[in-house]
Design a protein around this ligand. Sequence first.
Ligand code: BGC
Length: 829
Amino acid sequence: MDELFPRFSWRIESSLQNVKQSAYEINVDGMWQSGIVKSGENIHIQYGGKPLLPFTRYDYSIRIWDCDGNESEWSRAFFETGIQVPENFSADWITTSEGNTQVCPVFRKSFKCELPVKSARIYATALGVYEIELNGKRVGDYWLTPGFTSYNENLQYQTYDVTDMLRRENTIEVTLAKGWCRGRLGWRGGVNVFDALPGILLMLRIEMPDGKIQLVPSDTSWKYNESAFLKSEIYDGETYDARKKIEESMNFDFDDSTWQNAILLDYPKKHINSQINEPVKIMHEIKPVSIVKTPKGETVIDFGQNMVGWVAFKVCGKPGDRVCLSHAEILDKDGNFYTDNLRTAENKVEYILSGKGEEFYHPHFTFQGFRYVRIDEYPGEIKLDNFFGKVIYSSLKSTGSFECSNDDVNKLYQNILWGQRGNYVDIPTDCPQRDERLGWTGDAQVFIKTAAMNMNVALFFTKWLKDLAIDQKKLGGAVAGIVPGITKTRISAGWGDAATICPFEIYHAYADKRLLARQYDSMKQWVEYIKAQGDNPYHWEGGYHYGDWLGLDSPPGSNKGSTDDNYIADAYYAHSTSLVSRAAALLGHQRESAEYSHLNKGIVNRFKKTYLDKDGVPNQKTQTACALALFFNLTDNKKAVADALAEMIIKTGNHLTTGFIGTPYLLHALSDNGYEELAYTLFLRTEYPSWLFSVKQGATTIWEHWDGIRSDGTLWSETMNSFNHYAYGAVADWMYTKIAGINYSTDEPGYKKIFIKPILTKHLSYVFASVDSMYGRIESGWKSEGDSVVFNVMIPPNTSATLVYPDGTIEEFGSGKYIFTWNAGNTLG
Ligand code: BGC
């Protein structure tokens, strides 16, 4: 950790009801004594002691008092600092003499050390993706390190505890692949878009019992050689020749005189900092379900789940025998293996056997998005038992659950979770399989609220938003379609607004004001950029927009729904401006808050005059136009707009036409404005277009298109048809907040104050959901029992809640478990 002012958060455990904290005390041994602080806050308490030193472990204790004066025990824990400032990274960048033509070099160094050691840490990063072995063992359980950032301005290093791995005679090896940094990236044929050379930077820091420090830094005394990885690319997969693996190179006295000398890489260290977000790890292992012989005669393994990660396998054979695997998301309508939708991404894995007994392998520096795997070559009989799926993603804590009486809805929820898993591999991506897998800002923005209920994404977004702000500086305040920016993408409404929407969502879900403060300038710059487009400050003038991307009301041949670009742009401009004004007020910038509020009023007034008729209803007769006006509060006549929206939907036989922009808000727009039943009708619909259509078609993730696979088995398109695109999965936000009714308060964020406000329906007999907040677990369930509805609610210590019954009456309560019964009469029909 390089944070100079770490924050402390703790959870209070108690089986009592109405527990509230009245005071706390924090002691960081030898550094800080907070004293007894009379405060009800138990999250984000900022360190206030002496300056923290680098490379140091700090033990600390916390105790609290409740409102009845009961005192807790001291709880003990520790944190450890990292390099803190780049100058403390006492090592040299090293590279090879072949430059980026070098495929996957392995760097090597032998060294001695005295035993026992008190502690030993490796700090490492790279241009590419790296893996470290120490004395023949892999170091750590992180994968695809150092992850994906705006490398030339922000490069994260990782820290590994190797205290127990050291011997008197040691060998360390680092294998380096191209990864996102130097490999192929983007659908426009980009290669090495960051213009980097292969490079590693590593420092092993050993602390002896007497406090003496031994450093083993990367420098020109290291040697390098080709590794057994013949090829590795994020999109294309990996080729590994096990015959080329030199096992003996891990021996201390291995003769590496034929290896080449590493050379110094002239690359800065000033932008290196410790990893903020949770590392990518193997999070689940799944077993395949069947072997399929396709009509074309292909042998295909079905993993039963569209997943992201690797196929791991066991194999025996002769030296030079091969295992060749191709990956796909679906079989086509005839049941044959289908890869056209992967576009130029090869997604192939080849393993060449050493022939030494049973061999085991999975890729290391790439990942695939797949459900089906075609076995193109495999020595011997293909048995399911020899294949496993390793699911990888950022190791985020799971925080949500949802279950109800409708199995299709439960499957949809699971599909949404799988969508998040597959697309949260270090950055929020659009899809994990074709030649994109990029940080599309619009997709990230529409899904973030759902994401923050499913998993704890606070650090994940803290890291990604840092890159957003960095890239923005290079674009004069604009936010491009993709972060980290890899290619010239368009600056579009609904995409760039990730700059304002994402920090606010993290603030609401986790009460993280510091992130809001750190992103405030970026939020402002985004709005200022929009304002500067043209002469009228109340209008976002010109530019190309992605519009209501993939809306079903698109004109033929277009991906853009028919809602006017200007309408969408000005709606988002108004929304982002209101968020900046609110952020300013929360951060104490009252003058700026007033300025942005004034700007917002101007935009909204113009919006109403330009785009609404005399009744306050959008001139544009699209579902998305109405949903935006309602959700962003852009009309004075919500009733008329909701009526117009409902009429449009009903007239077309409950056929939604919204795309990326309208869909996340559609059900909210209806159910917040008197059309609860219609919202449920759309949500529970199983015919195309609907959320449950793909479930009925056998989907195990969320599709990019409502009709990715049509009822007759034909496909939406060959070139842009992802079966793992989470955007429409944003509906889980409606499921948690409206069906189960779990809501944070925007005034007391982080679920300090909770509103339980479910929308009951006769279509479901029970619902149960939970969200694990910073304070602890929140549960909300309801069940129809004859004329009554029974609510089961739990809220964590140090929070309070209001339960709102369907007739508007309320129940107020503090922490604990509760059962409330409400007489529904015949209101549920
Ligand atoms: C991506 C989308 C993205 C879009 C921009 C597509 O290729 O997959 O999800 O938001 O481009 O419109």
